[in-house]
Structures are given as C-alpha cells and as structure tokens.
Write a protein that binds this ligand. Structure first.
Ligand code: AMP
Ligand code: ZN
Length: 476
C-alpha cells in the first residue's frame, strides 16, 4: 500500500496517514435539514467524498458516518422573525418540524447523488440520539467537567486542560475570542467560555425532551460526540455509555468554520467523557466564496444546486470545478469558472467517447497511473490529478490503455467517465449494428440508414471504418 499524506488540523501539518484499525473510521458533520444546503456546503461534502475515495483508491476499507442535524432546536410557531423564512413558511403551511426535516433530508440526498458523493454507511439523525447525548452529559457531570444551573448544564471549560489544542484558542487567549463567536444570552454560566451541553426549555420549543435536569433540549456540539461514538465505536453497545469501549476515531471532517467552537467542543466533550483521544486526524475543507466572501445563507450570497441546474449547468460540472482547487484552499465561485469547468468536462467526455470499442486493454498507462496516485496521496492534490488526466489524454498511448487508466482515475474523481466510454455496448445495440451490416451488404441503404437512426436514438453514432463499423457515444 502506498503512503497517503493528509493535512491534520491538529498540528496544522501534512502527516502520513496511519489507520488505527483495518477499517478506517470517519465521521463527517452533515447537513442541517430545515432548508436546502447551498453549493458552499456541497463543496465541503465533495472534499470529504474525495478523501473517502482516496482511501478506497488505496485499498482501505472505510466506514463513514455523516449525521443529519434535524429539527431539535426548532420553535413550534412560525412567529419568530429570527428564523429562516423557509422554516417560517413551512410552519405556517402546517408542516411539522419532522416533516420539514424529512423534505430537506431527501433534497440533500438528491444533491449528493447528482454530485456523485458516495453514500455514508449511516446517516444518524440528531433527534434519534437524545438518550446518548444525555448519557454523555451525565458522564461529564460525574467527571466534574460539567455543572448544572437551573435546568441547564454547562461544560466547565477551564477544567479541561487540552482545550484549544485544535483551534489554537487556548484558555489564556480565549476570553474575548469566545465572546466574539458566541451570541449568547446565557448569563448564569460560571465563566463566559463555558458552553451548554443541555438547555432548559423556556419558550415555545417544538421539541423538548425529559432529562435528569428537567425538560429541555441538547446543545449543538453534543450531538456529534454522541453520534460519532455510537456509530463508530462500541461505546453505547450495552445500552449505556461505557468509556472502556471508546476507541479513537481515525478521521473527523467538516468545513473550516467548524474547527472552532464546534470541533473544539466536541473534543472536550468526548475526551472528557471517555478519557481517551477522540480523533486522530482532523480534516477541514476551505470555503467556497463569492467575491471573496464566504458563501452563506446569512450573507445572502448563496446558490443551491437547483440554481445552477436551472441555468443548464450539469451538477458534475460543479464537481469538476471543485477539483480545480485544492480542498483546503478557498475557491471563489464565478459563473465564468463554472462555464470553464463545464467546457473542460465536456471536452473530456468527448475525448473519451472517441476511445470507442477498442478491444479491452490488459494494461493501462503505468507512468500516468503512478503520477496520478502520487497526486491523490499528496493531501488530495486534485489540480495535479487533473493535469495528469489531460496529459494522459494528449499522450500517444493506445486509446484502450488510456481508457483503462482513466476509468481507474474516475474511482477517485467521480466524474462518471464510464458513462461516456462506449466500451460496453448492449446486446440490443449490437444486434442493430449487425442488422445494419447485413442491410449494407445487400445494398439496402435505405434500411441501413433507418437502422443508423435507430442506433442514434440509443445514444451511439456508427462510424464506418475499414476494419468494420465502430460505435461512438453521442455526447449531448
Ligand atoms: P452548516 O449547515 O452551516 O453546519 O454547514 C454544513 C457544512 O458546510 C459544514 O461542514 C460547514 O463547515 C460547511 N460550509 C458552510 N459554508 C461553507 C462554504 N461557504 N464553503 C465551504 N463549506 C461550507
Ligand atoms: Zn458536528
């Protein structure tokens, strides 16, 4: 197995990836499902997909858990003007929070499919893991790392000595910083740096749960500690939280805005409850920006996948666009860059469609395969990987060998290159070609033309060559 190097946010340098087990465990912070995700969110999910594909490309077996942040924090009426208008609208239409979550969960899965983002093995929902969140909170109280104030439980940050290791926001530096990121009305905390694990329900929450501290709802960060430990370790297998069964998770991922406070707080919670290292490698993707500003709902500069599809762009053109930048770099979105990506992808399809019906190659192009793997394993260097693709296309290797290598590369790239190679022709199309050959032999050219049109309807152009007819996939 070759060596993979990844940038670990913990330490901020490229490190050789070493799995703790034969099965690589990955947890990704997933979508919030009370509205459509935007293409900035999708860029992060594509980056994580590339990581997973890179591991598989190298022969690792992977277990990937990506959570769904559903509606635990939603209020029961649409009256709250602080809300996203989409939620207000849906609530006013009489939809329940669970229905809203279901609609946008399915919408997310559709986006994921269109972008060739591989399904995670489990997509746990936050609201189905309240018991685990309560159990972790109880453990933290027991370990004297959390305290209750009138139905709300806070993590006592000063008691967790490793706080700040991931983000660099160490306790001594932190006071002001924390104040800046947290819009907080929590005045009963011992210290402003403390964060809530469980909150007392004071108002019209749509969903509240019983807990040892009364009716309430969980803080945001605890859901990912609970779901990652539940689905990637045996910590909850006995029905209770068992710190002995906690194992270090290989990789945890998200966009760079999650480093602090979300992931810092997840580490504090998970390590505070188990006493063990939570995650070995922290993988964070860079932002998709517009005019150099982070794409976000709140800034109003966002697009959803449907917006680009309705302008006749293929979702995979967006995937191609993301490959042109390194996953950790900022990528500034413009329509021009998306157009360029779409043209490049179509050109690639066109090239591949010419590699028609060559006899199956036994070998690919070893030299290019080596360079491609080196790019993948150098912290997922997708711009370099694309360069190798284009150099291979332009090389004078036989078409069949190029095709073999490109189809292998696509296991990482996820650009659907197999659908444009006409390597596998259905029996039905094969029979039509044969029939057309017979018609031509009998000089029945009208029939031959009819059959050519029929074959075209099935997506192939017949190219008559000296050695016989060949098929070329028609690219739309
Ligand atoms: P959220 O729903 O805000 O939790 O975001 C879901 C995922 O998308 C998280 O991993 C975020 O870090 C990521 N994300 C949010 N905005 C952007 C952006 N503009 N570019 C890239 N990733 C983003
Ligand atoms: Zn999370």
């Amino acid at each position: 197995m070759s060596e993979i190097f990844l940038t670990n946010t913990l330490g901020r340098k490229k490190e050789k990836f070493e799995a703790t087990n034969s099965l690589v465990t990955i947890y990704s912070c997933g979508p919030t499902v009370y509205r459509n995700v935007h293409i900035g969110n999708l860029r992060t999910y594509i980056s994580v997909d590339l990581l997973i594909r890179a591991l598989k490309y190298n022969g690792y077996e992977v277990r990937h858990v990506k959570n769904i942040t559903d509606v635990g924090h939603m209020r029961s009426t649409g009256a709250d003007t602080a809300y996203d208008p989409i939620i207000n609208e849906a609530l006013k239409e009489g939809k329940t929070p669970a229905e809203i979550a279901e609609i946008y969960t399915q919408a997310y899965f559709e986006d994921q499919k269109k972008l060739n983002i591989l399904d995670a093995h489990v997509n746990p929902k936050a609201t189905e893991h309240i018991a685990e969140m309560i159990a972790l909170t109880e453990e933290l109280v027991k370990n004297d790392l959390a305290y209750e104030v009138e139905g709300t439980v806070y993590f006592d940050v000063k008691k967790f000595k490793d706080y700040g290791k991931l983000s660099g926001n160490t306790l001594d530096k932190m006071g002001q910083l924390l104040e800046a990121v947290r819009v907080s009305v929590e005045t009963d905390k011992k210290d402003s740096v403390d964060f809530a694990l469980w909150k007392l329900s004071k108002d019209d929450r749509a969903m509240v749960w019983d807990s040892p501290w009364g009716k309430g709802f969980p803080g945001w960060h605890i859901e990912c500690s609970a779901m990652s430990l539940k689905h990637l370790t045996k910590a909850f297998e006995s029905g209770k939280f068992d710190p002995e069964e906690v194992k270090t998770i290989d990789i945890h991922s998200g966009g760079e805005d999650l480093i602090f406070p979300h992931h810092e707080d997840e580490i504090a919670q998970s390590q505070g409850a188990s006493g063990k290292e939570f995650v070995k490698y922290w993988f964070h993707g860079g932002f998709l920006t517009v005019d150099d500003k982070k794409m976000s709902r709140s800034a109003g500069n966002y697009l959803v996948l449907n917006d680009i599809e309705s302008k006749e762009y293929k979702p995979l053109s967006f995937r191609y666009l993301t490959l042109t930048a390194h996953y950790r770099s900022k990528l500034n979105f413009t329509w021009e860059s998306l157009t360029a990506a779409q043209i490049a992808l179509k050109n690639l399809y066109r090239e591949i469609s010419r590699y028609y019906q060559e006899s199956e190659a036994k070998i690919g192009c070893a030299e290019y395969e080596e360079r491609f793997l080196a790019a993948v394993n150098d912290d997922l260097d997708t711009p370099k990987a694309l360069t190798v693709v284009w150099e291979l296309v332009k090389s004078d290797y036989p078409a069949s060998a190029k095709l073999k290598s490109l189809l292998k590369f696509d296991e990482f790239l996820g650009l659907d290159l197999h659908t444009v190679s006409s390597g596998k022709i259905s029996d039905e199309v094969g029979a039509l070609v044969e029939e057309r050959e017979k018609a031509r032999a009998a000089k029945d050219f009208a029939k031959a033309d009819e059959l050519r049109a029929e074959i075209a309807k099935k997506g192939f152009e017949v190219v008559d060559e000296e050695a016989g007819p060949k098929l070329k996939k028609i690219i739309q």
